[in-house]
Design a protein around this ligand. Structure first.
Ligand code: URA
Length: 231
């Protein structure tokens, strides 16, 4: 049986928010303009792809060394018409094994936080990572790997046209905002990714190690929901 929202919030050590604000009507679709420096043939090819080709291209990608150590690529999961896009860093061991983002411990926390917001993976939510392949030993992504892989995320965002992006953790935030600022300094404001509102929060794996910051992440998600509702 699915736990109640109150139970989920209690488990997270948070007070229930009962008065959910009504969601605003979807904003008009926004097409992200081409990014500066995206002119090479590979990126142009990726930018012309629709979902099926893009999935196929990711599955066969050998653009960086991570293809040698992956079990499989992890494309992303969810509703391809979702208003919410959540972006993480890279697949871990469980994700590499199962081919789906956020299915390990961090994923369970993410699912609980989504449930507390009245959201569910696959229903108006899409989840993707900056990297589509697991860095061995869960090491941090290398800049070259991010550079080779991020055109896939760029195209996913263009195809989704989400109402809101939630960047979870440093790599997602810094990649999407082309910034080297800290999470702490980026939280609590609405940024823009080619016109799409973007909110920054902590990575769920970080929250598993830093329990007191769960309350801050919850505040970020409430802020994200208010942002969506106000659009
Ligand atoms: N951490 C991430 O950033 N993404 C996943 O899919 C799993 C763990």
């Amino acid at each position: 049986m699915r736990p109640s929202r109150a139970a989920i919030l209690a488990e997270m050590g948070l007070a229930p928010i009962w008065k959910l604000r009504a969601r605003a009507a979807p904003a008009a679709a926004q097409e992200a303009p081409p990014r500066a420096g995206s002119g090479d043939a590979r990126e142009a090819g990726i930018r012309a792809m629709q979902w099926p080709e893009l999935k196929h291209e990711v599955a066969r990608c050998t653009a960086c060394g991570l293809h040698k150590t992956r079990t499989q690529t992890v494309f992303g999961v969810g509703d391809e018409r979702a208003e919410w896009l959540l972006v993480g860093e890279a697949p871990g061991a469980e994700e590499d094994r199962l081919g789906e983002p956020f299915v390990g411990q961090a994923g369970k926390l993410l699912d609980n936080m989504l449930a507390a917001l009245g959201l569910e993976r696959g229903k108006n939510v899409y989840i993707a990572n900056v990297l589509k392949c697991r860095p061995p030993g869960n090491r941090n992504p290398e800049p070259e790997e991010v550079a080779r892989c991020s055109p896939f995320l760029v195209r996913q965002i263009e195809l989704l046209q989400p109402k809101l992006i939630v960047a979870m953790g440093r790599f997602a935030a810094q990649t999407l905002l082309s910034s080297d600022a800290s999470i702490a300094s980026l939280r609590g404001r609405v940024h823009r990714y080619h016109g799409v509102p973007l909110v920054v929060t902590y990575h769920p794996a970080y929250l598993l190690r830093n329990l007191p910051d769960k309350a801050k992440a919850w505040a970020d998600l409430l802020f994200a929901r208010r942002t969506v509702a106000g659009l």
